[in-house]
Design a protein around this ligand. Structure first.
Ligand code: SF4
Length: 435
């Protein structure tokens, strides 16, 4: 196993910057070339780290060569495991229509909405396995075995909104917390320096206690640690998003939750779908890496809605698709709803992979809440991205966005160990090489 410390893993392999065209750099990893957005003063010939498609820091030749020497064997060994696991075998029990649709995927054609609906309606285990395997095969061919692992820091569970599905909605009678800017920076520093994370996601409810000045300071100080800073703070003004970009944030996680206007209005009182979409587009235009998506299984959701959600995510230019199941939270208007099934989530991952072969598709921690094998199965159905909770334990259990979270008591080191074991067993490299 390749750890860079006792309980730390390498989340990025250093690569050599071999060309620069404008603000895009070409980085060489053992002969493979990837493009990255340059966000440092790196020069051709220098070694660098990239995350999420952004060149985040330079690394000395000595450190790079030492890490690369450790990685070289592992890099190719993992690829072999991944190639083996992503092969596709038919059983002969698949219908001619399913085979015809999947053949379109195999020859690089886009599926029609009708094709996607037909796949969504499948309920036969052999056919579903072929769908997931085809998606995983496409992921392997187009993205290889890199799987980015970002650390998520949930810094406040205050929210001014009252979304019907959310456990930390304003009217929930949960214990509230706010980490101070110093606590946030210290927690990020621990994750970066002690645990080796190269990308930190700063997540909260919509909490305006954190004004622009506080947020900008937090972003600036974490960016200075040489990592990618992701912000997930909900709807704030365009000025705030601009200011945080200027402070060094380079990625945004902002879901639209559902493309169905009626459902949105019913479940997110006081908020506005157009305003959210406008902000997502603005963030993309500013140059942020965009992670967006939706909830799978909201009440009244139709198969058409689900396909529309995937297509809307694509049309917004998502670099990373983030969707999770509905897990009804106590004392919310949806507490009696049925949770989304694992099967529906896996189908959503596979269809997303077909719709956007190059995308990063995130397996959120909520998957694990549904079923202990769901993360593994998600990665084998076309997903290629994970987040690990790095919130200090005393706060983590209070971020009760949904019940039964598996990671509330788990030590961060334990979460890392389990994740590395999972990824290695699947032949995935827990790294982010760029795009
Ligand atoms: S879903 Fe987001 S915006 Fe809605 S109540 Fe929960 S934290 Fe707030």
């Amino acid at each position: 196993m390749l750890y860079s410390g006792e309980n730390t893993l390498c989340y990025a392999i250093p690569g050599k910057l071999v060309a620069i065209k404008g603000n895009i750099g070409v980085v060489d990893y053992f002969g493979e070339h990837r493009n990255v957005l340059i966000d440092t003063d790196a020069k051709v010939g220098e070694y660098v780290y990239a995350q999420g498609g952004v060149l985040i820091s330079k690394v000395s030749k000595e450190e790079a060569e030492e890490t690369l020497a450790l990685w070289k064997e592992q890099f190719f060994a993992l690829k072999k495991v991944d190639q083996k696991l992503s092969s596709v075998k038919k059983t002969g029990k698949e219908s001619a229509n399913t085979l015809a649709i999947l053949q379109k995927v195999n020859v690089g054609k886009q599926l029609s909405k009708e094709d996607m609906l037909a796949l969504l309606k499948l309920d036969n285990a052999a056919e579903l396995k072929l769908v997931y395997d085809t998606a995983n095969n496409l992921r392997q061919k187009r993205n290889d075995n890199a799987c980015c692992v970002h650390g998520i820091l949930e810094f406040s569970n205050y929210c001014k909104n009252n979304c019907h599905y959310c456990g930390i909605r304003k009217s929930s009678r949960i214990k509230r917390y706010r980490m101070t800017p110093d606590e946030i920076i210290a927690a990020a520093e621990h994750a970066v320096k002690e645990l080796g994370f190269k990308a930190i996601v700063l997540q909260s409810g919509e909490d305006e206690w954190y004004d622009d000045e506080r947020l900008a300071r937090i972003v600036r100080e974490i960016r200075a640690m040489g990592v990618l800073v992701f912000i997930s703070i909900g709807v704030r003004s365009k000025e705030t998003y601009k200011r945080l970009y200027d402070a060094g944030a380079r990625a945004v996680l902002l879901r639209f939750e559902t493309s169905n206007r009626k459902t949105f209005d019913a479940l997110r009182p006081g908020t506005n779908l157009d305003e959210r979409l406008e902000l997502i587009k603005y963030a993309k235009k500013l140059g942020y890496i965009l992670a967006t998506g939706f909830i799978v299984g909201l009440p009244g959701e139709t198969d058409e809605d689900l396909i529309d959600n995937i297509l809307l995510t694509r049309s917004l230019g998502a670099d990373m698709y983030s969707f999770g199941p509905l897990i009804p939270a106590e004392e919310t208007p949806l507490e009696k709803q049925k949770p989304t099934t694992k099967e529906m989530l896996l189908k959503t991952i596979a269809l997303t992979r077909f719709a956007d072969p190059e995308a990063k598709i995130l397996v959120t921690t909520a998957f694990e809440t549904l079923d202990k094998d769901a993360r593994r199965e998600g990665l084998l159905a076309g997903a290629n991205s994970l987040m690990l909770n790095i919130t200090p334990v005393q706060f983590r259990k209070l971020y009760r966005i949904y019940p039964g979270r598996p990671d509330t008591d788990k030590k961060i080191e334990e979460g890392i160990k389990q994740t590395v074991e999972l990824l290695y067993s699947l032949g995935r490299a827990p790294t982010d090489l760029g795009i």
